[in-house]
Write a protein that binds this ligand. Structure first.
Ligand SMILES: [Zn+2]
Length: 119
């Protein structure tokens, strides 16, 4: 969430901004306009104030830019996209996941998948 909104910086249509890969406190700050998400492709800051359209922050804005959690993403995939099995599979095979292929280092994805797979 939100799906299919373009990045105000690079113009690419982001198939899923994956706000759910932030923790609850970060999502609250993003909703309140106190923090920014980053574009998975160009990594520049975007606002999702009160779940309206994705927007660029004002030029003079001073706010944290949060990075999505590989662990939360690795937990999300088996529940929401079980056909992809794990985060590595989602990034390799799902069109929305492929936009995150350069977002985390490969080792971080593997570690997150391993951690989630532990009984
Ligand atoms: Zn972008």
């Amino acid at each position: 969430m939100p799906p299919n909104e373009p990045c105000p910086h690079c113009g690419q249509l982001i198939l899923d901004w994956h706000n759910e890969w932030y923790d609850a406190a970060q999502r609250r700050a993003i909703y309140n306009g106190q923090a920014a998400m980053d574009c998975p492709l160009c990594r520049r800051a975007v606002l999702w104030f009160e779940s309206r359209d994705i927007a660029a922050p004002p030029a003079n804005a001073q706010m944290p830019v949060y990075e999505r959690s590989a662990i939360l993403a690795a937990q999300w995939v088996p529940i929401r996209e079980p056909a992809c099995a794990n985060l590595a599979g989602y990034i390799a095979t799902h069109p929305a996941g492929q936009q995150y292929s350069a977002y985390w280092p490969q080792t971080e994805i593997q570690q997150a998948d391993q951690q989630v797979a532990k009984p």
